[in-house]
Design a protein around this ligand. Structure first.
Ligand code: HPA
Ligand code: ZN
Length: 334
């Protein structure tokens, strides 16, 4: 099973680039930028990654991102992630980035974009990995800040495929960003949103109806509303699930309690993703291994995670076709 998973072509649709910052790179950037990070070693940083819920993670995650200052830093961060994609046979990736985490510290939107996009272009040329970028608004900040961020993105419209919504879900429901998302859609962006991770199933419904998102990030709480699950199946709404993240943040007590395989077998379009791999204990292959270890799966079922992600991705019809072919060829070869 390990062997089949390792070689399986994959598509990642739920990855926060700031969440791929490994402690070793965090240390290197802190030194390069003369920033004091109050940890003695990368191992000490790792030992601090013991989370009780989403907020306990977010506090450390925003702190870690403070070492990112120059376009060189954002390039190194993104390039390191793309090399992980190559190692895990991820052929297409859609990356979230959190501009407000950086602009709030005086790092310009353009610096962030220059570093990330240079790495993505190089990854396409040298590694053959296609990608898209999704701008996430931090939901704990206000609507005005989100509108300011959308304005900063204007010169980069062609490089950003969609807007998203992340950070603390409880207390910051989708309707808080109804007008920003409407404005973004008006400008041609697609939309996605984190919903039903820690928050209620109604957040998933509101993300679909009010924010008009194309897919839902996490969405594990959909099971609290049978009518919603029926709607997700009927309307082929994709859920970008993140199994290791959910266990690390105590959304589920253990992997064998995770509902991803149940939902897959009910006919919901679900995929496997890493979310914040540097913080949650693994990249794409590790997430697949963890799910398969707790829930025995056939080759066809494992491949279905990728096939669902391909359909839900924001790549061109041609690229989707090519990706699908690679998955089918791989499964046929086993
Ligand atoms: N949920 C909400 N916000 C986030 C996450 C997440 O899983 N990862 C990074 N920001
Ligand atoms: Zn996430």
């Amino acid at each position: 099973m390990h062997h089949f998973i390792a070689g399986l072509p994959k598509v990642e649709l739920h990855l926060h680039i700031e969440g791929s910052l490994e402690p070793e790179l965090m240390f290197e950037l802190a030194q390069r930028n003369n920033i004091d990070i109050s940890f003695a070693s990368p191992d000490e940083v790792r030992a601090a990654y013991d989370f009780t819920d989403l907020q306990s993670f977010l506090d450390i995650y925003y702190q870690g991102a403070q070492v990112l200052l120059t376009k060189h830093d954002f390039f190194d961060l993104t390039w390191a992630y793309m090399l992980r994609c190559k190692a895990d046979n991820v052929l297409h990736a859609e990356l979230f980035f959190d501009p407000q985490t950086h602009t709030q510290r005086g790092v310009s939107f353009d610096t962030v974009m220059q570093g990330i996009t240079t790495a993505l272009i190089q990854a396409e040329q040298e590694l053959g990995i296609s990608s898209q970028l999704i701008l996430c608004f931090l939901r704990h900040l206000d609507e005005t800040s989100a509108f300011e961020t959308l304005a900063l993105a204007k010169p980069w419209r062609e490089q950003i495929v969609a807007v998203g919504l992340d950070s603390s879900e409880v207390g910051h429901p989708p309707e808080k960003f109804a007008r920003v998302f409407a404005a973004a859609r008006e400008q041609g962006y697609l939309a996605v949103a984190h919903a039903g991770e820690e928050g209620p199933a109604s957040n998933i419904i509101d993300a679909l109806d009010i924010l008009q998102v194309s897919r839902i990030d996490h969405g594990v709480r959909c099971v609290d509303d049978a009518q919603l699950v029926a709607r997700l199946i009927d309307q082929k709404v994709h859920l970008t699930m993140c199994p290791l993240s959910n266990v690390k943040l105590k959304v589920f007590g253990a992997m064998d309690q995770h509902n991803i395989v149940d939902l897959l077998r009910q006919g919901v379009s679900v995929g496997i993703n890493a979310d914040d791999p540097a913080y949650f204990g693994g990249y794409m292959n590790d997430n697949f291994y963890a799910v398969a270890a707790a829930h025995p799966l056939t080759h066809q079922e494992l491949a279905l995670f990728t096939l669902h992600a391909i359909e839900a991705s924001f790549c061109s019809t041609e690229r989707k076709h090519a990706l699908r072919q690679q998955v089918h060829a791989y499964v046929d070869g086993h």
